[in-house]
Ligand binder design. Structure first.
Ligand SMILES: [Zn+2]
Length: 250
């Protein structure tokens, strides 16, 4: 039914056959800025027909819904203060209790702190969780982020392929000037990568100690990264089926 976008060879057939179960796909995706995490999250969701749940989306949805939690979020955002762990955890807990999440989810950008990771363990209780860690060397991330351009007119995204090339490139769609976003300047990029390093480390250690973490080489092409992730998901499913059988016979 679902077909994967991108250059990969019919992964639906490759992995579809092993899908004897309707086990939910519960995935946490961790990866630095520039790792292609968003693209991969979208592909996994498309393939397994599950929702991507990101902190930003959950915050926006709560504000829009006007729930008591949402009004709280709106006040915090308006005051310019960072949204607290407790509030984000409450929102994610509420989101994961919605019917569609019972069939699986891909969490992108959550957990961001150790406290959030521990809270997620409590929220999920016995539900299985697979953590996929996209690994890309920082030099490559700097190169990728530094090569990003956006059309100043139509906002189309480009990768120039050169690190700090000429800015005088034009959009192939509308002829607008391609510019680098403020977020993509080297100083900002390094700060973002350092922040990621600091915040990701304790979370990665937390999941390593529970062996639910699979590291994926993010240097491979986008299609190969997708296939590696899906292979890890299928492995985890087979493993969880085997484990639950074992616990029944024990
Ligand atoms: Zn344009």
């Amino acid at each position: 039914m679902t077909q994967l976008a991108g250059p990969s060879r019919s992964p639906a057939r490759e992995y579809g056959g092993a899908q004897q179960v309707n086990d939910p796909i519960n995935v946490v995706l961790i990866g630095p800025p520039g790792s292609g995490k968003g693209t991969q999250a979208a592909r996994i969701c498309h393939r397994y027909q599950v929702s991507a749940i990101s902190t930003g989306e959950v915050l926006r949805a709560a504000v829009k819904a006007g729930t008591p939690l949402g009004r709280q979020v709106q006040q915090v955002l308006a005051s310019g203060v960072l949204v607290s762990d407790g509030l984000i955890i409450d929102l994610v807990r509420t989101r994961l209790a919605e019917p569609d999440a019972a069939g699986g989810f891909v969490l992108d950008g959550f957990p961001r702190t150790l406290a959030q990771a521990q809270a997620l363990d409590c929220i999920l209780e016995d539900r299985p969780l697979l953590v996929l860690l996209l690994v890309v060397p920082e030099a490559e991330l700097e190169r990728r982020l530094g090569a990003r351009r956006i059309c100043s007119t139509c906002k189309a995204l480009y990768s120039t392929g050169t690190r700090y090339g000429s800015e005088a490139e034009l959009c192939s769609r509308c002829g607008g000037m391609l510019i680098r976003r403020d977020d993509d300047n080297l100083g900002v990029i390094r700060t973002r990568l350092a922040t990621y390093r600091e915040t990701a480390q304790p979370i990665v250690r937390h999941y390593q100690s529970r062996s639910s973490l699979v590291a994926i080489d993010g240097m491979a092409g986008t299609g190969r990264v997708t296939r590696a992730m899906m292979a890890a998901i299928e492995d985890a499913r087979v493993g969880s089926t085997a484990r639950s059988k074992k616990s029944v016979t024990r």
